[in-house]
Design a protein around this ligand. Structure first.
Ligand SMILES: [Zn+2]
Length: 67
């Protein structure tokens, strides 16, 4: 099936029976990102995490306390 990247409108082909295609069919709202955008978003997310280290630690701590 053909999918359009949410960010840059690049159209890519993905396997009809791939997990990704299945998710796109099941959910109406699903952001598909092409490889370029995916890498870009991943980089940005990692950068955000690097600056928000303290908060991540806090969240982890709370999870541990629940167990
Ligand atoms: Zn894209």
């Amino acid at each position: 099936m053909q999918v359009k990247c949410t960010l840059c409108d690049t159209v890519e082909n993905i396997e009809d029976y791939s997990l990704q295609a299945k998710r796109l069919r099941n959910r109406r709202i699903y952001m598909y990102l092409c490889n370029n955008c995916y890498e870009r978003v991943k980089d940005n997310t990692l950068k955000r995490h690097a600056t928000g280290k303290f908060r991540l630690y806090e969240e982890k701590k709370k999870e541990d306390e629940l167990i």
